[in-house]
Design a binder for this molecule. Structure first.
Ligand code: GLP
Length: 257
């Protein structure tokens, strides 16, 4: 793989605030849809303004173009909680339906996620990873960043080539995501299914999106420390199709001139 510095201007883009980040990322998603790309999608608060900006862009298109893009929509989400399905308020299936599926009128089969209600989560993880491979892999993978350096739900420690799997969530992550469960970390499911660092790193392009001062330190470490299992997002370093879009607050610990 060609290694490029994660801070090079073509890789890292710093926007003034989260709203500007969302506009920039939505532009990239729209261009990818126009190319017929298979999208890898992410959940989390970071993505709420991104999907809002994408909905607005799609709404502004002439109806025939919008219809064609939606008809050709192909996406795989990164992850889902074990034990939750689309009827559960905290599920990622519900998040995606609310953010994109329902407002855009996407057919259920277009917006794919791991099935959190599957009776055998390890088998579901294998099936989902295989489905991504059979579809030809991900063209553009959107990624948020966990407070502990996770991408998807690849919790540390995580090797560079972990496959799609079911795994236990860390306390840090259950705390981070508690807001969607009435603020109670114990109400956050203990297990999840996630695409692995293996599937993520073979995506043709990666788009890491990070906003807010709370992630400035972990972002700095993921971009500047040697890649290691302790920081799963650090395995993205050197990916030839990596782009990182952050706001000024998230970039505040980076040595930018
Ligand atoms: C969850 C998701 C991750 C996401 C992270 C960031 O843990 N599994 O894919 O990156 O949330 O969340 P937020 O954007 O809410 O900080």
């Amino acid at each position: 793989m060609i290694t490029r510095s994660a801070l090079a201007p073509g890789v890292l883009q710093v926007e003034p605030d989260a709203a500007a980040v969302a506009e920039r990322v939505a532009d990239t998603l729209l261009r990818a849809l126009r190319r017929g790309s298979c999208l890898g999608l992410a959940t989390g608060r970071t993505m709420v303004p991104v999907y809002g900006a994408l909905r607005r862009r799609l709404a502004d298109l002439p109806s025939p173009e919008r219809g064609a893009l939606l008809a050709g929509w192909r996406s795989f989400n990164l992850d889902e909680y074990v034990g939750l399905g689309p009827a559960d308020a905290g599920s990622f299936a519900r998040f995606m339906a609310e953010q994109l599926g329902d407002p855009l009128g996407l057919p259920a089969a277009a917006l794919r996620l791991p099935d959190g209600l599957a009776a055998d989560p390890p088998a579901e993880a294998r099936r989902y990873g295989e489905a991504v491979r059979r579809a030809g892999g991900i063209d553009l993978q959107l990624l948020g960043l966990g407070n502990n350096g996770h991408v998807g739900f690849n919790e540390p420690p995580c090797p560079a080539d972990a496959p799609c799997r079911s795994l236990a969530l860390s306390q840090v992550t259950r705390q981070q995501n508690a807001a969607a469960f009435g603020g109670d970390p114990a109400a956050v499911p203990a297990q999840a299914i996630t695409l692995g660092t293996a599937e993520i790193r073979v995506a043709r392009r990666l788009l890491l999106v990070v906003t807010g001062a709370a992630k400035a330190e972990v972002l700095r470490r993921c971009l500047l420390e040697p890649p290691s299992a302790a920081l799963p997002a650090s395995w993205l370093q050197g990916h030839p199709g990596l782009r990182i879009v952050v706001d000024a607050a998230a970039a505040s610990q980076l040595p930018l001139s």
